[in-house]
Design a protein around this ligand. Sequence first.
Ligand SMILES: O=P(O)(O)O[C@H]1[C@H](O)[C@@H](O)[C@H](O)[C@H](O)[C@@H]1O
Ligand SMILES: [Mg+2]
Ligand SMILES: [Mg+2]
Length: 282
Amino acid sequence: MADPWQNAMDHAVAVARKAGEVVCDALRGDRAVMTKSSVVDLVTQTDQKVEQLIIQSVKEKFPTHRFIGEESVAAGEPCVLSDSPTWIIDPIDGTTNFVHAFPFVAISIGFAINKQVEFGVVFSCVEDKMFTARRGKGAFCNGEPLQVSRQEAVEQAMVATEFGSDRDADVVDKIFQSLRNILCLPVHGVRGAGSAAINMCLVASGCVEAYYEIGIHVWDVAAASLIVSEAGGVLMDVDGGDVDLMSRRIIAANSKTITERLVKAIVPFSLPRDDATPPKKS
Ligand SMILES: O=P(O)(O)O[C@H]1[C@H](O)[C@@H](O)[C@H](O)[C@H](O)[C@@H]1O
Ligand SMILES: [Mg+2]
Ligand SMILES: [Mg+2]
């Protein structure tokens, strides 16, 4: 049977590529920085412009579909995942990298129906890597199939994580405690690309065994969550429970064995859920 969402996925790939051109052009020019929830939570006009470009182009083709976009939510739109077809957009995942021209930035577009991600597209535009996954049909990078690493010994694993944009001393202490516990397992190394979506695509590609972070948002991880699971990976909450894309916490790994070792090492804490904040606009 023909895939009813092939058209939508093709559109997501095309618009992600177009958005990537805008981001790469902007990387060569001036990037005026503004702040959102804190002085280290950055946003630029390019984030806003790219999100509008994606939403407008999807609306023209799929006028009844809904959206959760990082910059729209920052502007007061609701962050609600209903059963309706919903596009979950991060126009630039890795804005801090973008501001510093650190060359790992991605356009992330997930598409969910009945609260389940049906396809995911992550375009790492400086690397020119287009990661895609369709539920039940595998994950790919530039058309080549992806497979997570088969390494099950945590002592021989590479783990990715980020420090996030919360500078509250108690939060930073917990982040460092987790990092210390993981380094002392020991693991081969800890890395961070500066983009949740790219870190998760590194898991899907078999370059790192796991990625975890507390503080991410649904738009950071929706698309890449499917890319990881379609590449054979595992998604879990940092406390070992089921992953919940609105909970701001995730482990994405190659195996249950490594995930469970990390669960024991991570100091979990909770943040307000993405779907808990009432919209500023009616
Ligand atoms: O705000 P953008 O879209 O750049 O996304 C976030 C990253 O993806 C996180 O992993 C990372 O830790 C940061 O929180 C960063 O803000
Ligand atoms: Mg992001
Ligand atoms: Mg972003």
